[in-house]
Design a protein around this ligand. Structure first.
Ligand SMILES: C[S@@+](CC[C@H](N)C(=O)[O-])C[C@H]1O[C@@H](n2cnc3c(N)ncnc32)[C@H](O)[C@@H]1O
Length: 458
């Protein structure tokens, strides 16, 4: 495996103001990259199991660098959605949201290329809690991972879709905020994943640039006039970055949006050639993070908007009592998906109907469970949801027991000294891992078999 940065890429980057070829090449020869996590502020606890040296990511107040890379699979809090392992540069989106005051009011947001969910979970945390997040992934196998990661993160105001970007043109002017974290040639990941180096070529950059334009042109009708587009890649190539920024201004009715940043962070600010769009480049020799690019835009062209049907009066379905399962059930409406009951925050019923008509939905809101013999059989998703009722009995497990639970193993009756019966939450350091059913002579482990960990303690 070669660790030599392709000369055509270095030559091209060498022409950019502020680019230091020697430092860039030197950092790619160093062993190991940077490990960072973003904690979930809505879930306890701040992960004590990770020796976080409390070295924060400068542009994201929930991001932290770790001194080394632990085996995350063996940390129960990782499975509980208490944090997400995310490359630090990508967390810049938290800063962008705050600088553009996007968290001030509820938005309809679309994360178009979303799997595995790093930026969607970030949007869940940073957008106004009454927002609706539509998180989309084209590739079927990847949308499963995306949906699982969002279940772990625990927010109920999210709809996961599995569509080609062109499907969103059926929803003209529907969204206030669109994030396009586009598939790219991946040069920003050379240090983290040297295998990407062998796949890189100039023709691949060209292909990616064409695909990025296609993805944007196909989906941008969904952004309303005045709406914000965040465009990002993990490529260093100007063809996939600044040139796309100029193309957006020239052909898609977008104007650039400036974002103030702290110079001490080491983020390189460039301008696109023709429209002087402010662009942000993250270089691993300038800061603790991998290669990343972001630019922000506002739609200024007139955009016909989707004719939304008048919302019907929305109310919870009184025939199913969720009082003991869901906190503030009056804030949600219920809807069936097959045999399952899901909840979505009130006020989003018409959005759900529209999205169900126009798109293929992989998940919507929080799956609460299904009725059997007049009682609710709770879904795993509810166990990880922020909407779960805090009064549900909990059985605290130590680390070894928690890992046994996550392997879907058998737990001894001794974990239940209080003799609880029925459905209980298996918890670790205050965080919910999933359901157990306490029977007089045994404990049934309801951890989903497709989620179970296959690793030994190591
Ligand atoms: C850079 S990754 C997204 C990473 C994600 N935003 C995150 O933060 O975790 C780009 C995604 O685009 C998807 N993709 C690939 N080809 C695509 C296409 N033609 N249209 C839309 N998305 C595509 C890939 O499957 C991949 O999940």
């Amino acid at each position: 495996m070669s660790n030599i940065i392709p000369p055509p890429l270095v030559r091209r980057l060498g022409n950019l103001a502020g680019f230091d070829t020697d430092a860039f090449e030197a950092v790619h020869k160093q062993e190991g990259g940077v490990t960072s996590i973003r904690v979930n502020p809505d879930k306890p606890p701040f992960p004590p199991s990770l020796s976080i040296d409390r070295d924060p990511v400068p542009w994201c107040n929930t991001g932290y660098y770790l001194p080394e890379r632990p085996v995350f699979t063996l940390d129960p809090l990782f499975h509980a959605g208490c944090y997400y392992v995310q490359e630090a540069s990508s967390m810049f989106i938290a800063h962008v949201i705050r600088e553009l005051a996007l968290e001030r009011q509820p938005l309809v947001a679309l994360d178009l290329c979303a799997a595995p969910g790093g930026k969607s979970t970030l949007l869940n945390t940073y957008l106004h809690p009454d927002s609706l997040l539509i998180t989309n992934e084209l590739i079927k196998s990847r949308v499963i991972v995306l949906a699982d990661n969002l279940v772990r993160w625990g927010h109920s105001n999210t709809v996961v879709t599995n569509n080609d970007p062109s499907a969103f043109s059926r929803l003209p002017g529907y969204v206030d905020l669109m994030l396009v974290d586009a598939p790219c040639s991946g040069s920003g990941m050379f240090r983290k994943d040297p295998a990407v180096l062998n796949e890189w070529s100039e023709s691949m950059v060209q292909l990616c640039s064409e695909r990025q334009r296609r993805i944007l042109a196909d989906s941008l009708p969904a952004l309303k006039e005045g709406g914000i587009l965040l465009y990002s890649t993990c490529s260093y190539s100007v063809e996939e970055n600044e040139e796309i920024a100029d193309w957006l201004c020239e052909t898609q009715g977008m104007e650039p949006v400036a974002i103030p940043v702290n110079d001490a962070w080491g983020i390189e600010q460039t301008q696109s050639e023709r429209h002087a769009c402010p662009c942000f480049r993250f270089y691993p020799h300038r800061l603790r993070g991998e290669g990343f690019f972001l630019a922000a835009f506002r739609k200024v062209v007139g955009q016909p908007s989707f004719d939304r049907p008048k919302p019907k009066t929305e109310r919870s379905n009184p025939s199913i009592a969720l009082e003991n399962w869901v906190i503030h059930p009056e804030k949600f409406f219920l809807f069936p998906v097959g045999d399952d009951i899901h909840i979505l925050p009130n006020g989003r019923e018409s959005d759900l109907r529209i999205l169900q008509q126009m798109l293929y939905l992989r998940n919507a809101g929080t799956r609460v469970g299904r009725m059997a013999k007049g009682a609710l059989v709770p879904a795993h998703d509810l166990a990880l949801s922020l909407a779960r009722h805090p009064g549900i009995p909990t059985v605290p497990l130590d680390r070894a027991q928690a890992l046994e639970y996550l392997r879907k193993g058998n737990l001894p009756l001794s974990v239940n000294p209080e003799g609880l019966t029925g459905w209980v939450i298996a918890s670790y350091e205050g965080a919910s891992l999933g359901w157990m059913k306490m029977l007089p002579n045994r404990i049934n482990n309801y951890y989903p078999k497709e989620w179970r960990i296959l690793m030994d303690n190591g």
